[in-house]
Design a binder for this molecule. Structure first.
Ligand SMILES: [Zn+2]
Length: 353
């Protein structure tokens, strides 16, 4: 309850070369980077039973493939380490350890066909462990050689949802595929999609060969093209919003991907949120505006594992999940509505790219 009351939106911004961007964001988010590093170190040791040196050895193995796929972003991470006063190894380990996070989120995307104001929207609740609440930063990044973007980012440098100046948005959901392997971390991919100048590039960047894991990457553009890129480590299916909208949570929807679901018996919250969000959203199809998402994303049916998720007091802290922010992207006007903390108690504010 205390966490809800103090949820505020932290911001950071940087422009220049990738390295300069990293340094500037690292300086602005030094406290968060250090806190995340301490926590993930302990989590890796406690939950996975790995020492910091084992983590570094594992991360270094996937670095060459990551650098080939995302050379500019790796430079940003190198700059970030410098700005935050941490080693690059620790920052890159953080990126790799985040692959283990598979809590849950709820997403809706809709084309202009069904909206009252002819806008294209992508909406997202970010559901993770409650301890991540203070790690989120709204970052405005403007690289010299790529489209600028605005993202909701862990530590200001690892975006989880974002929109760029070319009218591309990335939102999405954690999945638990059973074909994990050492490879490009899934968080890298989110940032790389923001390099895209158009839809083709965005789809291609959402599923790099040699990845070790994957989110369900929801890629939309301002023409109202909406794709749910349901990935595992080794394959994917591209679900197109045939009807002009789609809903996604944390289980595979494509029959082609069902065999990659690691444990369907752990997906009851996901199944419930998916059906509930679809039902509520359908009631407003044709009349959709930004308030539609605010209503659906605040829903409490199935509480506490509802669309607006709250920590279940019956679970341990590391097993709990909560909505740490709620967001709605307006792709037509290149704006984001953000509510820090649970949307049932907070307020959404608009920010333009
Ligand atoms: Zn709530």
């Amino acid at each position: 309850m205390q966490k809800k009351a103090k949820a505020t939106l932290r911001t950071a911004s940087a422009k220049g070369t990738h390295r300069e961007i990293g340094i500037r964001i690292g300086e602005q988010c030094r406290d968060i980077a250090r806190r995340m590093d301490r926590r993930l170190r302990n989590e890796a040791r406690g939950l996975i039973g790995r020492s910091p040196s084992e983590d570094i050895a594992r991360a270094r193995k996937v670095l060459p493939a990551t650098r080939r796929f995302a050379p500019g972003y790796v430079e940003e991470l190198e700059g970030y380490a410098e700005g935050a006063g941490l080693s690059f190894d620790r920052i890159f380990v953080m990126m790799c350890v985040l692959d283990w996070e598979a809590k849950g989120c709820t997403d809706i995307a809709v084309s202009e066909r069904w909206t009252k104001d002819d806008c294209v929207y992508a909406a997202h609740n970010e559901d993770v462990e409650p301890c991540n609440l203070d790690d989120i930063v709204m970052a405005r990044i403007d690289p010299d050689d790529e489209p600028g973007y605005i993202g909701m980012s862990y530590g200001g440098i690892m975006p989880t949802v974002a929109i760029n100046a070319a009218g591309i948005s990335i939102t999405g959901n954690a999945l638990e595929p059973n074909d994990l392997r050492p490879g490009i971390p899934k968080m890298i991919v989110v940032r790389e999609i923001m390099r895209a100048e158009g839809l083709h590039d965005a789809l291609k960047l959402s599923m790099p060969r040699g990845r070790g894991h994957s989110f369900n990457n929801i890629v939309c553009d301002s023409n109202g093209e909406i794709y749910s890129m349901e990935g595992s480590a080794t394959t994917f299916d591209a679900i197109y919003a045939e009807e002009g909208y789609l809903v996604h949570t944390n289980h595979y929807l494509s029959p082609r991907m069902w065999k990659f679901e690691a444990d369907m018996h752990s997906r009851f919250s996901s199944i419930m949120r998916y059906n509930r969000a679809k039902k509520l959203f359908r009631q407003e199809v044709g009349e959709v505006d930004v308030s539609t998402f605010m209503r659906v994303l605040s829903d409490h049916v199935g509480y506490p594992e509802s669309i607006c998720r709250h920590p279940d007091p019956k679970l341990s802290e590391s097993e709990q999940t909560m909505t740490i922010f709620s967001s709605v992207f307006d792709l037509t006007n290149k704006a984001i509505w953000v509510c820090p903390g649970n949307p049932c108690t907070g307020t959404y504010e608009r920010h333009d790219l």
